[in-house]
Design a protein around this ligand. Structure first.
Ligand code: ATP
Ligand code: MG
Length: 334
């Protein structure tokens, strides 16, 4: 059984739409790095998802390269995983079109991420509305069974599963039904300024710790993170959601359990805890920062890795799309 599971394919991506933050790492990328040893894996820079919200072309261009370098700095190994830029594999958007024809407006209207984005004042673009369909295509194009993502993406993976099932029922069996893979702790890291909202790229720099924030920026952001009433370091997500979020970061980077952390900070206040947390984060992030700088210094090597990954992904994607076209009745040999 274990062996069978271990052969299953894994796909995931990250938008190059801003600084990658602790939520992205702890919710998603950390698992990718661990799981790539066990599963044939596809990881991509989700550039086509980034443009579902307006981007400045120059910034976007730089962020695509920086995000790719970040994957490598965090431990994605292009020898183990297929690592590429989404738009380099045109089958993602081609399959999306096919899936659009079996997706109802109601399916998409239920998506919480879309509703949240609109309530935050984001423009109601068709691309933003339909992005879960592109995400479904991203996943089933490689016949993935596992999708390691943070909690916010669970609903989209469930929609993906439903679309795969619908396609198979209507046209014949092509796709396995994928499942989300969530980390036990860290699937939903919260904003530093509002513990009722998830940490996100799009709520302003004070709300997240970017993986490439300078030490002083990290110190300042942690210092000004909101806390709860009282002064004790106690893990209680209901009573002390802001402190629980900071303790989650401490737990994930120190390896200490919550009760060990409580003991370590018994008799101390939020101020002492925040200083320790900031220093812990700085010492863990600085090697990654150095590593990314080294990768960016050899851009040709990075581009070669991306070209190779794009070719490998395209080879698989072309096969799936050919099967899909045949099933749907679109394939005509000329
Ligand atoms: P945006 O808010 O603009 O959508 P984002 O911060 O959610 O940006 P994405 O590129 O959409 O970043 O997400 C990449 C991955 O990171 C996804 O798997 C997502 O579930 C995960 N993720 C994002 N935010 C968090 C978070 N706060 N906690 C845990 N995982 C997260
Ligand atoms: Mg997101």
């Amino acid at each position: 059984m274990e062996q069978h599971v271990s052969k299953q394919i894994m796909v995931s991506g990250l938008k190059p739409s801003g600084e990658i933050h602790l939520g992205n790492y702890l919710g998603a990328v950390k698992q990718w790095v661990e799981l790539q040893d066990m599963h044939p894996s596809y990881f991509f820079v989700a550039d086509l998802h980034a443009i579902t919200e307006p981007q400045k072309p120059k910034d976007l261009h730089a962020q695509i390269i920086e995000t790719a370098a970040t994957y490598l700095a965090l431990g994605i190994d292009p020898k183990k995983s297929v690592f590429f830029i989404q738009s380099h594999v045109p089958q993602h958007t081609e399959l999306m079109w096919i899936l659009n024809t079996i997706t109802s407006m109601g399916d998409l209207e239920r998506m919480v991420v879309y509703k949240e984005k609109i309530s935050e004042g984001k423009e109601a673009l068709a691309g933003l509305f339909a992005y879960p369909v592109l995400m479904a295509a991203d996943i089933i194009l490689y016949k993935a069974a596992h999708v390691p993502v943070g909690e916010d993406q669970r609903q989209h993976v469930e929609l993906t599963r439903e679309l795969a099932r619908r396609f198979n029922t209507r046209f014949g069996n092509v796709f396995p039904l994928p499942k989300p893979l969530l980390p036990k702790v860290g699937a939903r890291i919260m904003s530093l300024q509002d513990p009722s909202k998830k940490m996100s790229k799009s709520h302003g720099a004070a709300t997240y710790i970017g993986l490439f924030d300078a030490p002083d920026v990290i110190r300042k952001k942690i210092k000004s993170a909101v806390t709860d009433s009282g002064s004790e370091i106690i893990y209680s997500p209901e009573k002390k959601p802001a402190v629980a979020n900071l303790m989650t970061l401490y737990h994930l980077y120190s390896g200490l359990t919550f009760s060990e952390i409580e003991k370590e900070f018994a008799g101390k206040g939020y101020g002492d805890f925040k200083v320790a947390l900031a220093e812990l984060l700085i010492s863990n992030l600085s090697p990654i920062q150095d590593e990314r700088a080294a990768i960016l210094a050899d851009k040709n090597r990075l581009l070669t890795v991306l070209r190779d990954g794009g070719e490998r992904a395209s080879a698989t994607a072309a096969k799936t799309l050919d099967e899909v076209y045949a099933k749907v009745g679109l394939k005509i040999e000329i």
